[in-house]
Design a protein around this ligand. Structure first.
Ligand SMILES: [Zn+2]
Length: 240
């Protein structure tokens, strides 16, 4: 049982009917919903709708969890047995409406939680069944960044499906995945305190060494002065 603590939980009937999974992939989608506020969870709950997603992220960044992330959701065909799916609001125009800042912020935070909760590497998925983060159409085009050259995609029955569209794919690559990676690498406060203590200890030992070096240099200078004086006295004695 895995429920995102920040989500509004509205579990679908399928949550009790579908088999468990061990998730290794996170796949982002765009909903192509109606303009204005949309209630995707209500649509997925309709008896005639047989597909569903784990999460729904509105334009305001509100997250609804509809399926336990350890239960199969049917949004990615062959990847359903291993993928967590995230649907996002776009008001029917994913190319004209990039993910909003609140959507990006909340999805980055959700991505960090998913990576930690399920031990999913924060990397781009490299093969259709490999671990990581990706987008729905990434294996459906010979050029998946620009959606050129449709090829059969194991994650959807429809050839040429562009979800989530080139605008959001660009945001995934440039902003979202790097934000998830950054979120995972930022040390928490206790780590920061430990780092500061180590730094201070190092600083003190360097200061210590420096003062020893300065003392050594000073005594060497005195020795040299004495040697010079001795030399001069010897010269005077020899002259006489
Ligand atoms: Zn999709």
């Amino acid at each position: 049982m895995a429920i995102y603590p920040k989500a509004t939980v509205s579990l679908l009937p399928e949550n009790d009917l579908q088999p468990p999974i061990v998730p290794t992939q996170v796949i982002f989608h765009t909903a192509v919903d109606h303009p204005g506020p949309s209630d995707l969870p209500a649509w997925f709950a309709r008896p005639d709708v047989t597909v569903e997603s784990h999460f729904w992220v509105s334009n305001h960044g509100d997250i609804t969890q509809m399926m336990d992330t350890e239960v199969r959701a049917d949004a990615n065909l062959a990847a359903n047995i291993r993928a967590i799916s995230i649907e996002t609001e776009d008001d029917g125009d994913p190319e004209g409406n990039p993910w909003t800042i609140p959507q990006l912020q909340e999805m980055a935070e959700l991505g960090v939680w998913l990576a930690l909760e399920h031990d999913i590497p924060a990397q781009l998925i490299e093969t259709h069944d490999g671990p990581g983060f990706g987008w729905h159409s990434m294996f459906g085009f010979t050029d998946p960044y620009n959606l050129i050259g449709p090829i059969p995609n194991p994650w959807t029955p429809s050839l040429g499906k562009t979800c989530p569209g080139s605008t959001r794919i660009r945001q995934f690559v440039d902003v979202l995945l790097p934000a998830i990676q950054k979120g995972l690498s930022t040390p928490d406060l206790s780590e920061l305190d430990k780092a500061k203590a180590t730094h201070q200890r190092l600083r003190r030992s360097i200061d210590n060494k420096n003062s020893k070096i300065r003392a050594l240099q000073a005594s060497r200078r005195i020795l040299q002065q004495q040697a010079t004086k001795y030399q001069r006295i010897r010269e005077i004695v020899e002259e006489q």
